[in-house]
Design a protein around this ligand. Structure first.
Ligand SMILES: Cc1cc2nc3c(=O)[nH]c(=O)nc-3n(C[C@H](O)[C@H](O)[C@H](O)COP(=O)(O)OP(=O)(O)OC[C@H]3O[C@@H](n4cnc5c(N)ncnc54)[C@H](O)[C@@H]3O)c2cc1C
Length: 307
């Protein structure tokens, strides 16, 4: 009943609502059962009011970015899945080198904006297939760069719908971690806008760096299969992919979930993998690597919903 009220309000406010929406369709792993309602929201004010309604009416919700770091359970997600519409996200320069960006924008579009304005600092992020909000939540990074180097602050909505700002110090960004993760999963604030400090650079140098990093990804990563990127975090002093390969697990398969034959740090969906396959494979890899190398691998991907 309460969820129906939310759906009606969302529609009245101009959101797109899909009921019993397949999460496999909105995650890069292409895995996961249905969400009761997937609500795509045009702007932060609408988000604040829907979040407040969830709070008042006791409706659970999960906040979705681009779904590029998720394993959603085969039974899906009860309640609402909310996300900002990337198509209407905007980005502006607030001074020569400071950028304000809606959190629903893809990192790729933000990087292209930076390149267009000859601003350097985001080249590392060009090939990461997430939203700006998801990248702050995860402190996404690659090739020596990470969001922590460029984020100044994040405009957030608390679970009661109130707006507030977190500074980079308060976000406490560290390796694939932010203070947003320290909340229980149904309590973390939602990022709706991010201020980033970049530097004036040379357009051609920025473009060529981005091109080089994309080429590296194409060469090293199994981009031909659905995945969520690196499945495990890098353990201190090691590389997850190397440990997995040394344990003889390159190509290891459970159902259609497979440790990539190209890059053992990636787990790929070879067709019809289920969340069950992925969880089983994850546990096997953790157990075998721990037994052979004495290192406990921690997943970088987030597990959400009902398994
Ligand atoms: C091929 C491939 C390559 C990848 N390469 C990299 C890489 O080089 N480096 C890297 O770090 N990652 C990489 N990733 C993983 C992924 O792209 C990043 O973790 C990305 O930051 C996730 O963003 P997202 O918007 O997709 O978030 P989602 O996967 O949708 O969500 C991830 C978490 O963030 C939370 N979240 C999302 N948006 C918000 C928001 N606005 N406010 C609050 N919480 C939010 C979600 O609730 C969830 O808990 C890769 C993934 C793929 C598929």
């Amino acid at each position: 009943m309460a969820l129906n009220n939310l759906i009606n309000t969302a529609r009245e406010m101009g959101c797109t609502v899909a009921e019993q929406a397949s999460m496999a369709q909105v995650t890069t792993f292409r895995v996961g059962g249905p969400a009761d309602a997937l609500i795509t929201i045009p702007d932060a004010d609408t988000a604040a009011s829907l979040i407040a309604q969830c709070h008042q009416e006791g409706i659970p919700f999960f906040w979705l970015g681009n779904g590029s770091n998720l394993v959603v359970g085969d039974r899906g997600i009860r309640g609402a899945v909310l996300r900002l519409d990337p198509k209407v996200a905007s980005v502006t320069l607030t001074d020569d080198t400071t950028v304000y960006c809606d959190a629903g924008m893809t990192l790729q579009r933000l990087c292209l904006f930076a390149r267009e304005h000859s601003l350097t600092g985001l080249e590392f992020a060009y090939g990461i297939p997430g939203t700006v909000g998801g990248a702050v939540y995860m402190n996404a990074g690659a090739y020596g760069g990470e969001m922590a180097q460029v984020v100044v602050s994040a405009n957030c909505i608390a679970r009661d719908g109130k707006r507030f700002t977190l500074t980079s110090d308060q976000l406490a960004l560290s390796y694939r971690h932010s203070a947003l993760m320290d909340y229980p999963t149904d309590e973390n604030p939602i990022v709706v806008g991010v201020t980033l400090a970049l530097q004036t650079g040379d357009h051609d140098a920025i473009a060529s760096q981005m091109k080089e990093l994309i080429a590296k990804r194409q060469e090293k990563q199994p981009l031909e299969y659905p995945s969520a990127g690196s499945f495990f975090k890098r353990p201190t002093g090691y590389f997850a992919g190397a440990l997995i390969e040394q344990a003889g697990l390159k190509g290891y398969r459970v159902g259609d979930a497979q440790v990539s034959e190209k890059h053992a740090g990636f787990v790929v969906n070879r067709g019809n993998a289920t969340a069950h396959d992925l969880c089983h494979l994850c546990k096997d890899v953790q157990a075998i690597v721990e037994q052979k190398a004495g290192v406990k691998l921690e997943p970088e991907v987030r597990f959400v919903g009902e398994f």
